[in-house]
Ligand binder design. Structure first.
Ligand SMILES: NC(=O)C1=CN([C@@H]2O[C@H](COP(=O)(O)OP(=O)(O)OC[C@H]3O[C@@H](n4cnc5c(N)ncnc54)[C@H](OP(=O)(O)O)[C@@H]3O)[C@@H](O)[C@H]2O)C=CC1
Ligand SMILES: O=C(O)[C@@H]1CCC=N1
Length: 266
């Protein structure tokens, strides 16, 4: 199998790292290219053994999949590189937020099968959430679904579901990391050193994540099991509940969704 990544940045590298570490593809099956930052691409060749090339004819020749992993605003430049060499059998996989399947097919001018996927950087530890939308006539969907299962949990959505999944789980890790940053800064205000505050927060998050991955209880049950009557947690939650936390998160997700819609405009 030959999988070619046009784009070797944060998202692409999380995906191919996850695929290789899971053993679903060999490093030699992966080809990567970027625009100008050849040093970063060569570092992946050194660390993972992937192939690096800037010869578009070589990259596209006999490719089973081409992964479009540049920023949306760079897609037209990427399309210029691919168009002359794109073979009929090659399936296009786009991770670009907002770029519609029709836009990709029109820009590349050929009837290649296209799948939009919306992963997240948890792919690097094989725990992404992958929204997937297929173009009409995309055959052998299971092969791609199996490939993606190597680095995350798949959610097959129609293309009209992509804006929401982009906000919810594509951008989602960043929203949680921002909350963790504020939590660590609050620990500093309690008196912990910056280093201790960050390590305590990191271990707290890993611990709650590990609990969620291994225990069936609901968020609410896990929370109430900690909340002793008239205790410290109840006192803290009484204060926390005075803030409009759900409205804050809803507005945050709405802004991300709306930006995805804006990027979709043709
Ligand atoms: N980061 C994330 O968590 C997620 C990102 N995405 C999507 O993934 C895509 C990439 O995002 P991200 O990885 O964060 O961005 P990065 O900026 O980290 O990576 C972009 C990559 O695209 C390359 N590139 C730009 N222009 C071209 C070109 N003409 N030919 C080949 N390669 C090119 C860049 O090369 P160079 O460095 O040389 O300029 C770079 O390797 C975006 O569309 C984003 O919406 C989707 C889900 C999550
Ligand atoms: O911020 C972005 O546009 C990309 C898509 C989802 C996560 N990162």
């Amino acid at each position: 199998m030959k999988i070619v990544f046009f784009g070797a940045g944060n998202m692409a590298s999380a995906i191919f790292t996850g695929m290789i570490e899971k053993g679903i593809v060999k490093a030699d099956d992966i080809y990567i290219t970027s625009k100008t930052n050849r040093v970063a691409a060569m570092e992946f060749k050194e660390s993972l053994g992937v192939n690096v090339s800037y010869d578009d004819a070589e990259l596209c020749a006999d490719a089973d999949y081409i992964v479009l992993a540049s920023k949306p605003q760079n897609f037209k430049d990427v399309a210029k590189r691919i168009r002359p060499y794109l073979e009929e059998k090659t399936k296009l996989i786009s991770v670009m937020a907002g770029i519609q399947i029709l836009t990709i097919q029109e820009e590349l001018g050929k009837g290649n099968s296209v799948a939009r996927i919306m992963p997240n950087t948890n792919a690097m530890v094989q725990y992404s959430v992958n929204g997937i939308a297929f173009s009409d006539g995309f055959d052998n969907k299971d092969e791609l679904i199996d490939l993606m299962a190597s680095f995350g949990k798949n959610v097959v959505v129609g293309e009209d579901g992509m804006d929401n999944i982009t906000a919810a789980t594509g951008s989602g890790p960043a929203f949680l990391y921002y909350i963790y940053e504020q939590y660590a800064k609050s620990l500093e205000e309690l008196g912990f050193s910056k280093e201790d505050a960050e390590q305590l927060t990191r271990n707290l998050v890993i611990g709650t994540g590990k609990t969620l991955s291994e225990r069936p209880e609901s968020f609410e049950k896990l929370r109430t099991d900690i909340t002793s009557k008239a205790g410290t947690t109840e006192a803290g939650l009484n204060t926390l509940s005075e803030f409009k936390l759900r409205e804050m998160i809803t507005d945050t997700l709405g802004s991300a969704r709306d930006r995805s819609k804006k990027l979709s405009e043709r």
